[in-house]
Design a binder for this molecule. Structure first.
Ligand code: GAL
Length: 643
């Protein structure tokens, strides 16, 4: 199990390095991510490398028993790069060119940037590919920058030629007959730069897809340059949960190890739920294989425009929350809190106050606990329930001109996951075109865009015996963002659900409606006709009075549910538990089990309540190395089973 974090020794001097060595031993640090933002030191001038300082740090870490996740520094090109290649600086949607002085100043479509990134990755791999300290490669840092420059425009056109084959096909796909947007030559086609009114939806969606492919290509170039000189696994850290600049299913196929950065965006129970959401997604993108929490904050909870701290015990709970769901350890951004620079107020394992601090004492205790989890390594988590996620559907819901500003892809996924989490159910995420047969229940909270293949797959899933809950505004458009004609959703799915949506009727901001059993709903309603489905709940307002709001349809061996509005939280939780046939206890003890192939398993327990929970029987707790029979408020335990 890995424990450690981003380590930036270049910000400190020798006296601090000595203290780092001692404190890392105390905290049981065994992995340091080095060099993430070190380009200016590693290559002070174009083509002139200085590795002496890095040699010394890698040797020192190695001698101290700390392995290295060696990063390529390409997320922050140095100032010399800007001046030599001003055309490689990113251009915003409205034409402003950014400049160095922060980080992430590059355009992934710029040939000069790509060459420079490949060169520094290759140089690092040549030098450190077999270094005994290096156990993993960390390409780049969070591929987040988008760009709308001329290099991007040229690369976008090439991508579009490949995807559509001809200009005619592109015009058809983008529906350019509308608003006189017809393209007469490829040169006229641009990335979706700032316009004075709604942008073409097809152009937006294809740009998102193009950018995702560009990220994958840039990653692959560095990965392959590294692989020429090193056999250690290669990763790139993704920012979860809200990150959508790349199709994470596709990225999962390119990396050797999925790694994520996770910073909760609300405190308390919301942070715990968000931890589970991020971790379940990471495990799913990893295809069920173990993955790694690359960054978390020792004392960081983002809350809108402020950075809150963590409560005592939360570092352990968040760490265990991730490991429970498949992470092979827990790393932090960063080891030592920076004295200067833009992130000097971002927390770290060693805070400004130094080692004599609550934070470091908790970090040390967490390090000791993680060290005791070694036997769990390599074990996996299985889920019987899945939430469907598709990058295309997410990007599709970003387009201008949707009928309601309250339609929210990411929020819908989180709500579905949260309701399942509160019901105590372990959840995978799955793509609508995956083989879904191993799941007994699937929720499709927000597949506005659903491909023909996806719709047919969901139909197959239900007829084969699965239970599917489809939520409003799903399957309204195909993969080109063209509306489904003759009623929504896409025909194969309509058959499985036994319904036909004839009209959508968004609700006003803040408006609440009441369904036939008293459940409250917001945001959306639909005029829905049953084509074989049983009506479970009806609307009680306006022209929809008496029409179905929630339906259920026996189809083949399975069952398709359709929810045409957005239920309030208690109503939604009640629906989920009703379909699953589980109790409606309030959120209490989170329980997840990791299984080894040899039959061993470990139950991870997190007590989110304010009361002490008695366990049914005393069991060996890996975290303390002692038997445990109860969990105090906020406590966690990892129970060894079957041995
Ligand atoms: C991460 C990023 C780190 C650091 C951290 C601060 O997303 O990868 O470099 O900026 O956020 O919270």
């Amino acid at each position: 199990m890995f424990f450690g974090g981003d380590y930036n020794p270049e910000q400190w001097d020798e006296a601090v390095w000595k203290e780092d060595d001692a404190l890392m031993r105390r905290a049981r640090v065994n992995l340091a991510t080095v060099g993430v933002f070190s380009w200016a030191l590693l290559e002070p001038e174009e083509g002139r490398y200085d590795f002496a300082w890095l040699d010394a740090h890698l040797d020192r870490l190695h001698a101290n028993g700390v392995s290295v996740d060696l990063a390529t520094p390409t997320a922050s090109p140095p100032p010399w790069f800007t001046l030599a290649h001003p055309d490689a600086m990113p251009v915003t949607r409205d034409g402003a060119r950014h400049i160095h002085g922060s980080r992430d100043t590059y355009c992934l479509a710029s040939p000069a940037y790509r060459t420079a990134a490949r060169n520094i990755a290759r140089a690092l791999a040549e030098r450190y590919g077999e270094h005994p300290a290096v156990v993993m490669w960390h390409v780049h840092n969070e591929y987040v920058t988008l760009c709308w420059c001329d290099h991007t425009a040229a690369a976008f056109r090439d991508w579009l030629r490949d995807r559509h084959g001809s200009l005619e096909a592109l015009n058809e796909a983008w529906g350019t007959a509308f608003w006189s947007q017809r393209y007469g030559s490829w040169e006229q086609v641009l990335p979706p730069r700032a316009t004075n009114w709604h942008q073409n939806p097809g152009q937006h969606l294809d740009f998102r897809r193009f950018w995702s492919d560009l990220v994958l290509a840039a990653f692959r170039e560095q990965r392959d340059a590294i692989r020429e000189h090193s056999d250690r696994p290669v990763t790139t850290n993704m920012m979860l949960p809200g990150y959508q600049n790349v199709d994470l299913w596709a990225l999962g196929r390119e990396v050797d190890v999925i790694s994520i950065d996770h910073y909760p965006d609300a405190p308390g129970l919301d942070a715990a739920a968000d931890t589970a959401f991020a971790a379940d997604r990471a495990r799913s993108f990893a295809g069920g294989r173990p993955w790694l929490l690359m960054e978390q904050g020792a004392n960081t909870v983002y809350d809108g425009d402020r950075i809150l701290g963590k409560e005592p015990g939360e570092i352990l709970r968040h760490t265990i929350g991730h490991i429970a769901r498949g992470s092979e350890g827990a790393l932090f951004f960063q080891w030592r809190q920076s004295r200067a620079g833009a992130e000097q107020w971002h927390s770290a394992m060693v805070p400004h106050a130094g080692a004599d601090s609550r934070i470091f004492r908790e970090v040390q205790a967490v390090g000791e606990a993680v060290e005791r989890l070694g036997e769990v390594e390599g074990s996996t988590v299985t889920a019987e329930v899945a939430v469907l996620h598709d990058a295309d559907a997410w990007w599709a819901m970003e387009v201008d001109g949707l009928p309601s500003a309250d339609l929210d892809y990411h929020g819908s996924l989180r709500r579905a996951h949260r309701a399942l989490w509160e019901a105590g159910v372990t959840v995978d995420f799955a793509h609508p075109e995956h083989d879904l047969s191993r799941y007994r229940f699937i929720v499709a909270p927000a597949l506005f865009l659903l491909s023909d293949a996806g719709a047919a797959n969901l139909r197959r899933y239900v007829s084969g015996g699965g239970t599917l809950l489809v939520q409003h505004f799903t399957g309204f458009v195909d993969e080109y963002l063209h509306a489904r004609l003759g009623g929504y959703p896409a025909t194969p799915l309509r058959e499985a659900l036994g319904i036909r949506v004839e009209e959508h009727r968004p609700l006003r901001r803040g408006e609440h409606i009441v369904l036939s059993d008293g459940t409250r709903a917001t945001v959306w309603s639909e005029l829905l006709r049953s084509e074989g489905a049983e009506t479970v709940l009806t609307y009680t307002h306006g022209m929809l009075t008496g029409h179905p709001a929630l339906t259920r349809h026996r189809f083949g061996q399975g069952e398709g549910w359709y929810l045409s509005t957005r239920l309030d939280d208690p109503g939604y939780a009640a629906l989920i538990t009703r379909i699953l046939g589980v109790g409606t206890e309030p959120p209490g003890v989170e329980s997840v089990t990791r299984h080894a192939t040899d039959g061993r398993s470990w139950e991870f327990l997190l007590n989110h309540t304010a009361t002490t929970i008695s366990l049914p029987e005393s069991a060996h707790d890996l975290l303390t190395g002692a038997p445990v029979s109860e969990l105090p408020p906020g406590g966690c335990a990892v129970l060894r089973k079957n041995r």
